[in-house]
Unconditional design. Sequence first.
Length: 358
Amino acid sequence: MHSWPAARAWSYNVHLGWEAGLKANSVEVLVITTPWLSLAKEIIRGRTFDQVWINDLVLSSARDGGDVSEAQLEMLATLAPVRVGLLTESIYDYTEAEMAELPDMQRTQAEVEKCLPYLTHVLVFDEADAIAIKQRWGLPCIWTPCSVAHRPIYNNIPPPTYNQALFMGSLYHGRQAWLDSPCLQGYLSLKQSPDEETLRTKIFEWLHRPQTRRFKENPRSVWFYPFYLHILRHLRKSHYLNWLQALQSGMAVVNLPHFVKTYTPRVIEGMAAGRPVLSWEIPDRPRNKALFEDGKEILLFNTPEELRDRIQQLRSDALFARKIAENARRRIQQFHTTDKRVQQILLWIETGKEPMYQ
């Protein structure tokens, strides 16, 4: 994550949120961010570990300018008997049209597969990838849907600033066409990330500029790492809180079509923010669809007209909208906090028992 535009799209809940979830389960954790991997031995200082978690197999790959080389994977594999890789994007199950939009996907698949021989366990966000990895590689692999930090999950929800549903995200995969659809005018708006050109952004960029990156490659610089990590935690957590507050500014949160075939963090974070969430109905993912009940905890749509009608239903029935949000909040508090998800993963690694998510 060498620039804010790249880091911004990576949810806190699938980034440093894992650290908080591990600590909540009384796990002693050492975090090494990828820009500092060249000094991993100096940071580790001879310590040994029960497990190594690598997050994320796609974003650590060369496709995205990641830092994890095969030599570093070999080094990480010597640190612990259990090595867990996390995969937050879909890798295998794409249509021809999607592959045309993703010309680097075959390379990405190859980069991810380079990591697999060094792992003992794999966690994936796409339930279809769990089947593929088990069949192709024989590795223990489970589907691990998104989770959310236990705090904050809002109970006291402010009234919305806008009487429209909001989409906050990147405009790829035909999303602009949804926003431009005549039937959604006045119903759906695009909202930018709340941290564009702020002091927080400038500090993040300074921490990861090329000059600072060279500093991180000098073994004598290892003293600075705890301070760097402290600043990074603060930046990511404060951005996350601002993000949730920005999600609250609309009367609902919309999850438009995307490449990864699971609910993105935007869905569960919208629920944590206390707003009703509307999502496209992800095809051929029955376990994902079972996470939340349509019409009770989430509202699903397949066309712009269906999305408009769902938004109108929320507008015209405030009690219904409140119930959708309250039901979803109870569901994530019970089943989808990061504390709970880490507990489930640790139990699976120990016993082989796959978690139940509802």
